[in-house]
Design a protein around this ligand. Sequence first.
Ligand code: ZN
Length: 188
Amino acid sequence: MAIRRVLKYGEKSLREPSKEVHKVSKKITDLVRDLLDTMYAQNGVGLAAPQIGENVRVFVIDVATNNEPLNPIVFINPKIIKKSGAVKSNEGCLSFPEAYTDVKRYKNIMVKALNEHGKPFVMEAKDGSLLARAIQHENDHLDGILFIDHCINRFETEEILKKHNLPNLNPDLLIDEKELEEEIANND
Ligand code: ZN
């Protein structure tokens, strides 16, 4: 289909909530193709529709490594239905070129969603795996939440953003995650 432009942190769509998909129409399957084409072109692990300026509840993930065959997973109207444990995760985002920082994530999650054929599925991702972290990261995009809102060290993250000429953190948007914080501190 098409490689689309990935919006950069600071652009409006990234902070806007996305709408539910009512029907997995051709418009949606075309969007899924564009998301996959764009994600692969950028060597990303995941990409959410708002990142290409479409505020609908769709994201794609592929955690296969370079020597493994492609393994795209499509999530439409996803919902995280279980979460437990905590891990520190060093993350980046295609909307934040070259900027990485440590964030708090749940270690284990269970998600339900529709696939690209509109068929419901449930997926479990455990042990702080890349898949578990990527699902949380992409799912957040659908609510206008960005990985920096989960950062472990606010001041370090501000420095990283500055270094990459990206807009500042918005302190009002930082997510209060005391429980995750404590568990991560105990693990360290
Ligand atoms: Zn992202």
